[in-house]
Design a protein around this ligand. Sequence first.
Ligand code: ADP
Ligand code: ZN
Length: 519
Amino acid sequence: MSDKALEVLHNTFGFTAFRGQQEPVIRRVLAGGDALVLMPTGGGKSLCYQVPALIRPGTAVVVSPLIALMEDQVRSLNQLGVRVGCLNSAMPVQDQMQTEEDLVRGELDLLYVAPERLLMPRMMAILEQITVALFAIDEAHCVSQWGHDFRPEYLQLAVLGQRFPGVPRVALTATADRRTRKEIIERLALNQAESFVGSFDRPNIFYRISQKRQAKQQLHAFILKDHPGESGIVYCISRKKVEELSEWLNNHGIRALPYHAGMSPETRSRNQHLFHNEEGLIMVATVAFGMGVDKPDVRFVAHMDLPRSIEAYYQETGRAGRDGLPATAWLAYGLQDVIILGQMLSQSSADVSVRNVEKQKLESMLAFCEISGCRRQALLAYFDEALDEPCGHCDLCAEPVVTWDATDAARKALSNVYRTGQRYGVTHLVDVLMGRENARVKQLGHGQLSTFGIGRDLSQKQWRSVYRQLVARGFLNVIEEHGGLQLSGTSRPLLRGDEVLMLRRDRYEVQEARETRDS
Ligand code: ADP
Ligand code: ZN
């Protein structure tokens, strides 16, 4: 490592040693090469470009999508005595002019700039006059169409390579599965880039995923038991649910604020400010509350609905415990979530290929919920990272799941889907299996089917659990438009009885069984 880099680390930033992949990244950039840096939130991405920025001649240009994020960085660098400026369209024109002047006079080591501002012809012309030390493209996953952080301006950043040949470019992100990584490299045209992947493990986060019954009560119990009086974020799928839940929590003695994109900017920023500055507040939010949440002592992140992908789950839960102290990622999900997300997908205007990828991502997320091994191993495996031993710090390590031979039950459940014509939802399917002669069953004549009443040996909850797991394992598909269930290609051997199927017993069933036994 060049002594210069260590010197900057000590003298400017006051740190003793580089962390993880920082050193190799910095070496690469100092040598003029491109790099893709993947590190989890809190992993120390900023230093990867800030140190070379102070060593290479000229000004480092940092593209950042969020004004709040930019301002934070500028403030803290200012305090360290670094010559830094920022440009975004929310600033007074006067200040923008001043920054541009500083830039042209070579008085800035770093310039933070919003992508649309950078891409203005005037700005590009200025940059061509000065010496650019490097380009850092923060939150590089914004270039990916699959994620909900997609920013069209990011696509145009590919021109930087052509307009500024020889200037190293560093793309940084905390979220990227293999597909997104490839996309970042392609779309930013980082052809020669070397990838640096830090460990994505967040050892202080305890992962817990439960079946959804009475979600609000479950959340309430979780907060009171594990995190009373502490700060947390609760994600909900819709604005309406956000409003309802935050009101409900307040009515039940837990201080909560809502946050979603339908609220006025003033209310949003007030709530965000309160959340950051007060202790023990809970933010109930849609995913609009996300990037740039930089509160170190968030003690838990709860999901009331299934996230769209493992990446989204990882990123959202990653906002817990940034201070390294114990934190919990909590999720309650049910089959209904899959149906709702499926319907949202079917209504999206995106083209078929995009929707298929989204569907696959959702399926991976669902499968992740239903695994019986270690959550952390599965989560890290998704990011191509191997963890040799089960972590001992997730729900499944702490309380291993009980499985049961569901071969016969699965055959009944699948054949029932087939007999009823592969178009009904779980509620009706379970009614038929359990032999319930309600109005719908009568009207459809399903009382005459061979599967009518063959499932009286299991409870309604158990049948719902069977169907949920059959969907999660891909034996059944959810029809997007109306949530009915359909056999998939892989269900045949199971239906014929050629395959043994072990399913998980739902945690609450186990608890209930225990409770009944104890009483
Ligand atoms: P990211 O952008 O990856 O989320 P940051 O760059 O904000 O992470 O760094 C997270 C925290 O870790 C910051 O408080 C930063 O000062 C600290 N940090 C980064 N690198 C080091 C290091 N080498 N030694 C000590 N602290 C570091
Ligand atoms: Zn584990």
